[in-house]
Design a protein around this ligand. Sequence first.
Ligand SMILES: Nc1ncnc2c1ncn2[C@@H]1O[C@H](COP(=O)(O)OP(=O)(O)OP(=O)(O)O)[C@@H](O)[C@H]1O
Ligand SMILES: [Mg+2]
Length: 250
Amino acid sequence: MAETTMDTRTATAARAEDLHRAYGRGAATVHALRGVSVALAPGTFTAVMGPSGSGKTTLLHCLAGMDRPTRGTVRWGDTDVTRLPERKLAELRRTRVGFVFQAFNLMPAMTVAQNVELPGRLSGTRPDRARVLEALARVGLAGRERHRPGQLSGGQQQRVAIARALVSRPRVLFADEPTGALDRATGHEILALLREGVDREGQTCAMVTHDPVAAGYADRVLLLADGLVVDELDRPTASEVAARLGRLGG
Ligand SMILES: Nc1ncnc2c1ncn2[C@@H]1O[C@H](COP(=O)(O)OP(=O)(O)OP(=O)(O)O)[C@@H](O)[C@H]1O
Ligand SMILES: [Mg+2]
């Protein structure tokens, strides 16, 4: 068996070591991350929480290769992402990670299927129709491929965004407040979908949320404050999460 195959049980899907991220210069410098180390084990679901401005989005962007840390490293498996030149990183990002945003970020003039195909098209690969349909079926949207985002509910639009993130079969799915724009019931559907991806497909997922109930879907909660991981909870319940958050003053 090849070494890389044997490693997959113990290796992390993504790992950050001593991550620092500063924005701006001189007196105006903002230290968004001040030394964060995080490991995402394959097939696990991690929630990232903390007060506004604590660095959650910055951490997710750095882990997903969408932002570069000022110091420290990000690894996807054995690959040190922080050392890759921009083009190589962009190429790897399209196949290794998926990203879901609070505001869905769909193209309104394109059909559902075209939205899901878009990342592939941008990387110059021919859209694989079967994969697109498979991704849409997986999020419960079979038969809706010719509709436009405006013809779908908010929850359905977020499902399209999840299908778009999953179509390249990424090792890690990142989601930044994926239920933030949805009502409670619709939010639960999305969270159940993320949970199912982890349980049935072995997907690795990291999600930012402000909602203790949403965090209850995760295997683990990381609490950030002022650019540092200050607490960690395994098998969190919503009430435990709310209590810890209360102590942070978030
Ligand atoms: N591009 C940027 N330029 C300057 N400062 C930035 C930039 N991005 C983030 N910051 C700053 O870094 C800090 C962390 O921001 P970040 O967006 O990671 O917080 P967050 O925890 O996601 O907050 P929220 O819960 O409000 O989304 C904040 O003080 C923010 O103003
Ligand atoms: Mg944020």
